[in-house]
Write a protein that binds this ligand. Sequence first.
Ligand code: PMV
Length: 327
Amino acid sequence: MGVTASAPAKVILFGEHFVVYGEPAIVLAIDRRAYAKTEKRSDKLLHLRSTNLNLSAIIQNGNFKVEQGDLKEARMKFEPVELAVKRILEKYGENVGLDIEITSTVPVGAGLGSSAAVVAAVATSVGALLDIQMSKEDIFKITCEAEKAVHGTPSGVDPAISTFGGALLFQMDTGFKPLEVKTDIPLVIGDTGVERSTRVQVEKVKEITEKYPQIIEPVMLAAREIVLRAMDACKKNELETLGELMNLNHALLHAVGVSDESLEWLINAAKKAGALGAKLTGAGGGGCMIALAENEKLRGVLEAIQSAGGRPFIARKTDEGARIERD
Ligand code: PMV
């Protein structure tokens, strides 16, 4: 008998990049989830399978053997999962073989936190199967450790949102705080399909900040003010204000050089179709954009993004973090 668990993906609603310089950011868990089903094996092997990526591998004492797919890709994709499982087994003194099957509805490599969602789902299912009393805090720590070791992202935004769900305010020096959000924030997410590297985009902002400190300083201040006002608008369910703030936030991101043609194209299409606001989300330079729209406009915005060459889907905030699925 296996145990299935799931965890949500994320979007950064406001404050990406500026968050690296100590400003606040708002992150949202969305209703796209990664699922992990774990079963015990009669031997001591770890068997990992990803149904979406058509990858599977057997791991024994750190020895990695690919069964299906490319070795390099399998290693890369499974590394954080392997690390998390190893950590759980060590920490709780378990010595068992496991079969883990991963299925995800989260686009991969698009800045939506698919990797952290998978790891949080795996950690939750392994914990439940072995009857280990793991708190959400334990799941978060293990997911964070695995993600940091592999992706080197210091902020821990993805593991936090995948574990706890809902909306979080994040700031480097104070960490995470749950945010009160009255609306489910109807979004259309558009994947440009353009590959991007978070590291390269973060480096771009660093260069411009170092070159023009007096110009970028007020940009950072404006980014902070946008987040403060957005917190208030979230509390009061003011969608129109949120849309305007998204447009302003995008203009700042454009100013520091992290938008690109593919994003501008989709953002303009969304606005023309009646979105209340639109911006890039995450690192930029490709990846995804988000558009906020009233319910009756969502389909039109989705179609406009599709016609402009993007891969769109409708998403809403979810309060459900990592959880066990009862089948
Ligand atoms: O696109 P992502 O999920 O890699 O988001 C990057 C967010 C940045 O603010 C650009 C970097 C960071 O570590 O916060």
